[in-house]
Design a protein around this ligand. Sequence first.
Ligand code: URA
Length: 475
Amino acid sequence: MREVVLETPGDFAEWRNAARRLLADGVPPADVSWRDGGEGASLFGDAAAAASGEKISLPRELVEIADRAICHRDAETPARLYRIVWRALRDRQLLARTTDADVDWLRKADKAIRRDIHKMHAFVRFRRLGEAAARESFAAWFEPSHRILRLAAPFFQRRFYGMDWAILTPDARAIWQDERLSYGPGGTKGEVPDRDIVEDQWRTYYGAIFNPARVKIDAMRSEMPKKYWRNLPEAQDIAPLLAGAEARVERMREAAVSMANPLTDKWRTRVRDEPTLTDEIETLAGLGRALDRCTRCPLHCDATQAVGGEGPKAARIMLVGEQPGDREDLEGKPFVGPAGQLLNEVLYDAGLERRRLFLTNAVKHFKFEPRGKRRLHQNPTTAEIDICRWWLDQERRLVQPEVIVTLGASALRGVTGKSASIRSMRGTVHELAGGTKMIATIHPSFLLRLPDRARAEKERQAFVADLALARKLVA
Ligand code: URA
């Protein structure tokens, strides 16, 4: 029996190094005992530097899921993941076996982690510590269900780049100081001040966005479960706001006619201001940073983040989708959810390598409608696509693809600026201004929605043929 002690539970690099060594020595999962050392010695980084063992080739999707799933608090997690990796090396289709108990566990664990990250992004509240060398510093206390700090911290780094901050959790702390992200040992709630002036701003903000006419207590509980309430300044206002809801609705009804809609007004002004080209926007990374700040339409208000394109600047083919979905919104990358998985398969069949393509969307923020625990995708309007075209145009200018493939009607509108049916445009290579070629085809999620297997297979073949045509055009 081989015993493996993990110093920082939840550290993917440390677990991966141990797994590589075991695989190199041919140790079967049943002969390994995994134990938490809990010393926190590796704390996200040291183990990665000391990578050892043979490199192993696993499906990229499995590596990405394992990177998240290792954060699951279930004590069996390292052992389960090792068993899954061991099996995946012998069965390349393992992840597609949805009835397999290991795969089922893996998918559920992944979902729980993604949900936990989403909650952490939404519910961390910073308290001001002070100011030094013209930089303000803040601290927050948060108790995630799983060990997700490593996965959640980059979001705060992007969002709160200009201030110093620390997020303390019972397992570890993330520190953003002098524009460097580092990790340290877990902390206690007592290390963070229990209130400050920002707190009152949160409460005012919450009171302002609380809509008494749309009170859905179950939905509220599911979006903001009670376990988070004790660390949320605005939670103490929930009861009084609920109690006064009926009277406020009455007052709103009376005032309705003359009331302005600040969101719509803000949108109108923004849209009139064309964004300006700055030096920052001369690189894809700079474009991404500028996009992070986009407030040109109201979609930015509810989305977690803007999702820009991904791929090499020298890509010869650009694929344009509609808009990020739920997974893309959380991960900040295009086509990583179910439609993206299907797209990967279809690209493979068409002889295209995803890493050589530039993948992007017509609209950069996720548009959705909350429904209980879920966020349901909503089609962007023509106006939203047209407003967002500025960003797509910048991506086109920087990448200068030879061929653009539009996936679905929104993408077609985003690229051409005109509404046309896919049927009328499909099967022909179009030429855009500047000589770029364009192929119009379906969106992968269309295939996901087809109930008829035979029809779905026929549509899939046609989709593969459209993508293969793009490959031939640059061959
Ligand atoms: N659908 C899209 O159009 N784009 C994505 O990035 C994901 C799903």
